[in-house]
Design a protein around this ligand. Structure first.
Ligand code: NAD
Length: 368
């Protein structure tokens, strides 16, 4: 029987001070959930229509926008943003925010219990370029943190979303229209930790019935947040610099083609995937994408709007090596078939939208 192994494993991981956060009448409950316990920890029937959402690592490039979309959908107070950083005041006053460190399983349990969380979107991570510069940190946050998150999600029967990345592929993966299922031998700690995430999440789904959902995002481009140390950061920074100074120094070669997606599409895909019935899934980890372009092609598109725009190249060998090992495009046909994924932004719409948003920001900044 497998159950003794499972029990032992769980006991050594999450929620070491379990008794301090549960009502007395549940203190003697076994750590292995019976279906009845799972129902207690999950949304009750009356709550089922409206999830109580926790976003970890929510102060990075993607989390604040995600919270804003989910709050529109589920109500401000049902979406709790968390991070280990101090939130800026506009974020702090825009809705509930708590401290949650994914390296501290007890802290995670308390946040989940105290806020009656039913969905967790786990965004804490150390991204590719930063991870190569600090492997122990990336290993801790991306792997130890993941283990805590998986165990808390299992204990409380949460629906768990974790983004993966094109970085989960490597030099031996097919690079053009990379399919969902293919060789995954990444050469970065970020990629290795994301393959681990995909496999552990799928295993918890198979073994324990955890409602694990995972999308492999391409590079995500957003106007309102700073890039977080990834290899596709150039495609975010280029807009800041084009509007501010009319020039940009790119750290990747002009011909480096990578899959990309505008933030709105990325967040919409995530919400749509989270709301999709599990029966529509043929797997638990899907590629999603919108477009693929090179720095040269992006610069040409920007120059249509900013004629004086000038791009120069000073290649960062570390980032270039990472980019060269990643797919140039993704095949996301299964996401489109299974749960109706459809992107709205191609390169021309992306550039127009980003420049408009930066133009507005710039005018506001000057006025202040
Ligand atoms: N941004 C992209 O282009 C992109 C592409 C593919 C996948 N993703 C994935 O999306 C997720 C979010 O990406 P992002 O760009 O917002 O990342 P980011 O680096 O901008 O933000 C990550 C956040 O995690 C937080 N964090 C670090 N250690 C933590 C800890 N111990 N506990 C709790 N939080 C901690 C950081 O403070 C930071 O705010 C990540 O999982 C990333 O792998 C992002």
């Amino acid at each position: 029987m497998l159950s003794p192994v499972v029990g032992g494993t769980v006991r050594t991981l999450a929620c070491s001070s379990w008794t301090s956060v549960l009502p007395v009448r549940f203190r003697s409950a076994s750590r292995l959930q019976s279906p009845a316990e799972a129902r207690f920890h999950s949304a009750s029937a009356s709550e089922a229509g409206c999830p109580r959402v926790l976003i970890t690592g929510g102060l990075g490039q993607l989390g604040v926008g995600l919270a804003s979309l989910l709050r529109k959908r589920f109500g401000k107070d049902n979406v709790i943003l968390s991070d280990v950083k101090k939130p800026p005041s506009h974020v702090f006053y825009s809705g509930p925010f708590v401290y949650a460190n994914v390296l501290d399983a007890q802290n995670l349990c308390e946040v989940v219990v105290n806020n009656r969380i039913t969905w967790m979107l786990h965004y804490s991570a150390v991204l590719s370029a930063v991870g190569e510069a600090n492997v122990p940190l990336a290993r801790a946050v991306n792997i130890t943190g993941l283990h805590n998150v998986l165990d808390v999600a299992k204990e409380y029967n949460l629906r768990l979303f974790i983004p993966s990345t094109i970085g989960a592929f490597g030099p031996t993966s097919p690079r053009n229209r990379t399919p969902d299922l293919s060789v995954q031998r990444p050469r970065t700690i970020y990629g290795v930790s994301k393959v681990h995430t995909e496999l552990m999440g799928e295993y918890y789904n198979y073994r324990y019935g955890l409602d694990f959902r995972c999308l492999r995002y391409p590079g995500v481009i957003s106007a309102n947040s700073q890039p977080g140390g990834g290899t596709t950061d150039y495609a975010v920074q280029i807009f800041h610099d084009a509007v501010k100074s009319g020039k940009f120094e790119c750290n990747l070669r002009p011909s480096t083609r990578l899959p990309m997606m505008y933030m709105d599409d990325c967040l919409r895909a995530t919400l749509q995937f989270m709301e999709a019935p599990a029966e529509s899934f043929s797997m638990r980890t899907y590629n999603v994408t919108a477009m693929s372009f090179t720095p040269e092609e992006l610069a040409q598109e920007i120059a249509k709007h900013v004629p004086e725009f000038c791009i120069t190249y000073r290649v960062d060998p570390a980032r270039q090596a990472i980019a060269d090992s990643w797919p140039t495009s993704l095949d996301d046909s299964l996401a489109r078939r299974d749960w109706g994924w459809k992107h709205n932004f191609d390169l021309p719409e992306l550039v127009t939208t980003m420049l408009n948003l930066h133009g507005c920001d710039t005018r506001v900044a000057r006025a202040n």
